[in-house]
Every structure is written in C-alpha cells, then in structure tokens.
Design a protein around this ligand. Structure first.
Ligand SMILES: [Zn+2]
Length: 95
C-alpha cells in the first residue's frame, strides 16, 4: 500500500532496450525487468531496481515529482534505504 492505494509489482521479460524498472503511478504499478539486452538480471539487481522504483513511487505520491524526476537524488536515496532496510535491527522498547 502507498497511501490508500494498493500497488502491484509485475515482473516482465524486459521493458525496453535498457530499462530495468518503471514506475507507473497512475496504474499503481512497479514493473521490473527480468532481463535486458545485456542478459538476465540477478536477484540482487532486481531487488535494487525495486527499491529504486519504490522511491520514485513514494515521491510521486507525496507530491514531489521534482525529486522523483531527479535521478541524482533517487539513486543514492534508494541505495541508503536498501542498506538501512538490510542491516537495521529493530525491537520494541518498553518504557
Ligand atoms: Zn529512476
């Protein structure tokens, strides 16, 4: 869910010649390529692409298309988010 909208992720054989992922905000879809012209995508690359597209989707939905259109912002943000999600430890702290 993003906001009150259920989003779906679709795996496609390929998206276009070079694309690895696309966010379609109007359709509430993230589309991920399983391969490109350079070959089969690894699970790690597909996961990185998903996080990247998720950042686009969130920015589009919070009314910041200016940031979503800025790949120089989206890519490092996605990398930091992926690292944090992969390494964080969270536990309930009782007061
Ligand atoms: Zn992008």
């Amino acid at each position: 869910m993003l906001g009150d909208v259920e989003w779906k992720t679709e795996m496609l054989d390929d998206i276009d010649d070079t694309g690895m992922g696309r966010t379609h905000t109007a359709l509430a879809r993230i589309r991920l390529a399983e391969k490109t012209l350079s070959g089969q995508m690894s699970k790690n690359v597909i996961h990185n692409t998903f996080i990247h597209e998720l950042v686009h989707a969130i920015l589009d939905n919070v009314g910041r298309p200016d940031l979503s259109d800025n790949e120089a912002f989206v890519e490092p943000f996605a990398n930091f988010l992926k690292q944090a999600l992969a390494t964080m430890k969270y536990r309930d702290v009782k007061n």
